[in-house]
Design a protein around this ligand. Structure first.
Ligand SMILES: [Zn+2]
Length: 416
């Protein structure tokens, strides 16, 4: 069995050892021993749970900086969708490999994803060793005559989805209520529930979406999804900005997983996430980056900082969203939402661990580690990244990094 012994690392304010056996953390404490274990020196490092990014479109790395400072619909219609229409599975594969580099280097080991060319993303995630909940995008542009074709594609991807190992999971991702017809939404949710798959959807992202839904159905987006039977605890809902009082009750009732993407929301001027309203009702929030073309990176350190700052200015109160609370939005909250024994470094949990370099200038002095992580740290403080008991990066080195960057550049150039 694969064993890793991390010696003398700061964990929960105490210098101790961590033993990993197989994919689990089996012991923490002092003077641990293990035969035939790989030894990692934890000197001047702190061990923390690796981050989980609950809403992204990994291969959109290809479009980083391609179209900025635009509104959501013209941005999608005039810039993003035309290039995406030309992308091949090979392009998406290299885009995702490159995204994995960026994620691993910033301490992220799980991507809850939604994109095109499902197999390209799945293959890249499997090779790179990260966890991916890989959403098969369902989109009919409100034309439900396309449903039979979608059904055939979903059946096909479901059959083939078992071939990518234990870390890659298929989910179904109806894009949004303004791009997927009611009939297709209902079929997708039924299929997901009959096959034990999660649903991943953009919800209540813009005021336009909110107003159009009211005009068309006399309901808010959340009420509409409730009425047609889509809501449930298997739903991961990204953005969730434009909500009524009644909507918050529905979110709570259906135990939705709520994902907040502050940078994307600010960049596309989508609106201000009502952080306090969620807190008030004890609804856990996960923080995520969204895709690289609306962010423009996958760095959850940076995202946590924005998530902590936005509610303070919106609510006119610096006590809202303290660092220790925000830190949970990328660790324990997503782990719980996904039902994974993770989000904390302790015996019995999955070995998803990062080591951060306490000599990094942004972490000195160390009055308060979670404050430093949320307000000061950057990706470069991560020295080692471990996912499912496997070292993906050690001392900031990832195997094949140069090959991945070269191929990524090649596909970007050909596409754009
Ligand atoms: Zn998105």
């Amino acid at each position: 069995m694969n064993k890793i012994l991390i010696k003398g690392v700061l964990l929960d304010s105490v210098i101790q050892d961590i033993l990993i056996e197989g994919n689990l953390i089996t012991q923490t404490g002092s003077n641990l021993r293990a035969e035939n274990a790989k030894i990692i020196d934890g000197g001047n490092k702190a061990a923390l749970p690796a981050f989980y990014n609950m809403h992204t479109h990994s291969a959109m790395e290809i479009l980083r900086g391609y179209a900025d400072d635009m509104a959501l619909m013209p941005w999608l219609q005039d810039k993003i969708w035309p290039v995406e229409g030309k992308m091949t599975e090979e392009d998406v594969y290299w885009g995702t490999k490159f995204a994995c580099l960026e994620m691993i280097k910033s301490g992220t080991v799980l991507a809850n994803d939604m994109y095109w060319h499902w197999h390209g993303e799945a293959r890249a995630a499997q090779e790179m060793g990260i966890r991916m909940i890989n959403g098969f995008t369902v989109l009919d542009l409100l034309d439900d005559s396309r449903l039979p074709q979608i059904q055939a594609e979903v059946e096909k991807v479901y059959e083939a989805s078992q071939n990518y190992g234990e870390l890659v999971e298929l989910s179904l991702a109806p894009h949004a209520i303004y791009t997927v017809s009611e009939k297709t939404l209902i079929w997708t949710a039924d299929y997901a529930r009959n096959h034990g798959l999660r649903l991943h959807i953009h919800v209540a992202e813009t005021e336009h979406e909110f107003l159009e839904c009211q005009k068309k159905h006399g309901l808010t987006p959340i009420e509409y999804l409730d009425k047609i039977g889509i809501l449930g605890e298997d739903v991961i809902a990204a953005h969730m900005i434009w909500l009524s009082e009644h909507d918050f009750e529905l979110v709570k009732k259906h135990n939705l997983t709520v994902v907040h993407c502050p940078v994307s929301n600010m960049k596309l001027s989508s609106g201000i996430f009502k952080y306090q309203e969620y807190q008030k009702r004890d609804i856990p929030v996960c923080v995520a980056t969204d895709g690289c073309s609306s962010n423009n990176n996958l760095d959850l350190f940076e995202e946590m900082k924005f998530a902590a700052l936005l509610p303070k200015i919106a609510g006119g109160n610096p006590e809202i969203a303290p660092a220790a609370e925000i830190y949970k939005t990328t660790t324990i909250n997503p782990a719980r939402a996904l039902g994974l024994a993770a989000g904390e470094v302790k015996a019995g949990n999955l070995a998803d661990i990062i080591l951060i370099d306490l000599e990094n200038l942004n972490l000195i002095p160390q009055h308060n580690l979670s404050s430093n992580l949320v307000y000061s740290a950057h990706a470069d403080c991560v020295s080692t990244t471990i996912c499912n008991g496997k070292v993906l990066m050690e001392e900031r080195k990832i195997p094949d990094e140069k090959v991945i960057v070269r191929n990524f550049r090649r596909v970007v150039q050909a596409l754009t």
